[in-house]
Write a protein that binds this ligand. Structure first.
Ligand SMILES: [Fe+2]
Ligand SMILES: [Fe+2]
Length: 167
């Protein structure tokens, strides 16, 4: 059974959302580079790559179902932040918004009988639990650290140890 136009539109919108995420994390990475928090910058850049990968998963799903892929314009992401804490607080809020989008598409997929999309969307549901948890943990640590320079540098080093390909 072919996907209905409604579900194709929703999946194309989600490709745009994942690419927006990629772009937003890249902007956050650029800000951290500017502030000389190279570890945070590295973590965010790898996160940007990961978000690009999310977009490609949906791209491939539409391709495999023979649906038309439509790439829409990306808005300019915010380039300026109040602090490193602000960066990760915004990342957390962004991930919460993405989770809501995924939930809505999952519900839509069932309504539209697009059962073939369910496994991929379930992967995204699980991924969003992880994304929110990771962002929430970093925000909590940064709130504890406040402006303690030694602790901030430790945190920067910890985030900088992220390796490519980690979820
Ligand atoms: Fe994502
Ligand atoms: Fe992830």
């Amino acid at each position: 059974m072919m996907f209905s136009q409604v579900i194709v539109d929703a999946l194309n919108d989600q490709i745009n959302m994942e690419l927006r995420s990629s772009y937003a994390y890249l902007a956050m990475s650029a800000y951290c580079e500017r502030m000389h928090f190279r570890g945070c910058a590295r973590w965010l850049r790898l996160q940007s790559d990961e978000e690009y990968g999310h977009a490609m998963k949906l791209f491939d799903l539409l391709r495999d179902r023979g649906c038309k892929i439509v790439l829409k314009a990306l808005p300019e992401p915010p380039m300026d932040f109040a602090s490193i804490s602000d960066v990760f607080e915004q990342a957390l809020q962004h991930e919460i918004a993405v989770s809501e989008k995924i939930n809505a598409i999952y519900e839509l997929a069932f309504r539209e009988k697009a059962y073939a999309a369910a496994p991929q969307l379930e992967w995204f549901l699980t991924e969003q639990i992880e994304e929110e948890k990771t962002a929430r943990d970093i925000v909590a640590k940064l709130n504890m650290i406040k402006n303690d320079p030694a602790a901030l540098l430790d945190m920067d080093r910890e985030l900088g140890s992220r390796t490519p390909g980690e979820d």
